[in-house]
Write a protein that binds this ligand. Sequence first.
Ligand code: KIV
Length: 275
Amino acid sequence: MKNTVTTLQEQKNNGEKITMITCYDYSTAKIMEESGINIALVGDSLGNVMLGYEDTLQVTMEDMIHHCRAVSRGIKDTFLVCDMPFMSYQADVYDAVINAGRLVQEGRANMVKLEGGVEVCPQIEAIVKASIPVCAHIGLTPQSINSFGGYKVQGKTEAAAKKLIEDALAVEKAGASMVVLEGVPAKLAKMVTEKLTIPTIGIGAGKDCDGQVLVLQDMLGMFDDFVPKFVKQFGNVGEVMKNAFSAYAKEVQDGTFPGEEHTYAIDDDVIEKLY
Ligand code: KIV
């Protein structure tokens, strides 16, 4: 079944959890499609896990479009959400609409995601008016790392919790179709989820959100530069890769690989004529 804004909303209405995983390339997108994951997110976390940057601030529109197009070629029914990178929407509404349009037109995204609450509502309204669905992202928003002074859980004080609720209600009113809640206490995320009619997708926000998202490399055990508390490893692909690389190196070095079965033949008389 094709995932759309309508089916995702129905999942919330029916109490059926939504699954989202980040994805940055064609081969992984195909596996994700076969697994029946609802949403592939081309997150700007690609700056960390694919490009080796220490934060997401250096990621460009070109990076996002490049990876989003690759993912789009590997999926069919999976819904495709693409992050708007830092400074592609913050400065003004015009930039926001043009850049959201590029992610849809060139990147082939079904929806764009941007970080922020009340302060980005004019951008959300304008993008939605251009017929582009928007996913908001509130709580621990990595593009604000310099203002937060680090990757810190958000919404823990009464004032901060009220601000998070205000942001959630504002982005819904502005027309967002979905909202990611990152790094917020579980009870607060539950309250926000109950207050909103649109689906909430949690990451480090407890089990009561309408869906969950994890970064692919985190959940597969392929990235250990920084492992947040909320990450669960569902596989140890890093270990599997290391073992495969070592086995390959050993077989190349001892001459076992390539074997006869991996080799193309040529008639001996052709070879003899070449001597
Ligand atoms: O960039 C990203 O991967 C994200 C998720 C962590 C939600 O925004």
